[in-house]
Design a protein around this ligand. Structure first.
Ligand code: GLU
Length: 326
């Protein structure tokens, strides 16, 4: 069967002078929606999987097949949604903010006014892991070390650049600024190719678990005056804690971070967004059971917290129907 994206299928329907009815067998064979996520050991990838699982449960009714793509991360996802090659993506809230307003790494591309929020998911703290023999206990100790700051296209890289700029650092202040993908960084750390890695991820995450259980390594705080100044200046960062016992950490890790959010664009039809938003929010208890990072989710917060872009009209329809919005 030829894969046709939701966009392409809709265009076919339109060029034939009709919109294929959602429940026709024909539409059922033709319509796809894809979700851009991140590396396979992160939390974005299973998040996309959990969303698709709920959407695909009712495939017979709506005729849409939802699939997940492992990608380079937040910035890649936003840019690919903008280019209409993906319908949905998981993105950090700082990336959503900057893309919508055309700031930071998005200044050149300009504001992405068609960006639309669907819901937010869990907190994504700045998460730094370091080898035990390295004297790295706070974010400021990274200077002079070999650090993975992430591949271009990742949210972690985008946030690293923003933090480095605010702190007055350049990549030359590191002994090595590695550009590994998130799925490669645990092994690189344990093989001694890097001293630390910096990223933003939900907890618990497979990659963090893998690192801490494979070699002598520890979680690092991101706190102090520079962090306080940064947070006072920036609307989308929040103080955060990776609580004691989440992994093998005996004490709380004090850090800060963003939220993981789920986005789409005005180019994606109302019906597609409605079906997806309804599948998740009307079945939130099922969704929460699909990954431990979802355990604290609260519907009212998911449809308002950490969102910069306006909600997509399809999401608003779903939330009104579920009784979450007036
Ligand atoms: N926050 C990371 C990024 O935007 C991805 C984290 C994950 O894969 O769970 O690139």
């Amino acid at each position: 069967m030829k894969k046709t994206t939701f966009f392409a299928a809709l265009a076919l329907g339109l060029s034939a002078g009709t919109l294929a009815p959602a429940d026709s067998a024909n539409a059922a064979e033709q319509r796809f929606m894809s979700i851009g996520t991140g590396g396979v050991t992160g939390v974005y990838y299973p998040t996309g999987g959990a969303i698709c699982r709920l959407v695909n449960k009712n495939r017979r009714e709506h005729g849409i097949r939802c699939s997940v793509e492992s990608t380079g991360g937040s910035v890649y996802n936003v840019n690919t949604i903008r280019a209409q090659d993906l319908e949905f993506g998981v993105v950090q809230s700082d990336v959503q903010y900057n893309a919508y307003h055309g700031l930071g790494g998005f200044a050149e591309a300009g504001a992405f006014e068609g960006l639309r929020a669907v819901f937010s998911v869990y907190a994504e703290p700045v998460t730094i892991l370091a080898r035990d023999e390295k004297d790295i206990h706070n974010i400021t100790d990274l200077i002079g070390h070999r650090v993975n700051i992430g591949n271009a296209g990742s949210g972690q890289r985008n946030t690293w650049n923003a933090i480095a700029q605010a702190f007055g650092w350049s990549d030359d202040d590191l002994r090595l600024a590695a550009e590994l993908k998130s799925s490669e960084q645990a092994e690189a750390l344990c093989d001694g190719k890097i001293d630390a890695y910096f990223w933003l991820v939900g907890h618990p995450s497979a990659a963090t678990e893998e690192t801490l259980s494979s070699c002598d390594s520890h979680l690092v705080n991101a706190e102090g005056e520079l962090v306080d100044l940064l947070l006072a200046d920036t609307p989308y960062y929040r103080y955060a804690t990776i609580v004691a016992g989440t992994y093998n950490n005996r004490s709380d890790i004090n850090t800060f971070g963003v939220g993981a959010t789920f986005v789409t664009s005005t180019d994606v039809p109302e019906e597609a967004v409605y079906i997806l938003a309804h599948a998740v929010l009307a079945n939130l208890e099922d969704f929460k059971g699909l990954h431990p990072a979802f355990s604290g989710l609260v519907a009212e917060q998911m449809i308002s917290d950490s969102l910069t872009a306006p909600l997509h009209e399809g999401a608003i329809r779903a939330y009104r129907e579920i009784g979450l919005m007036e």
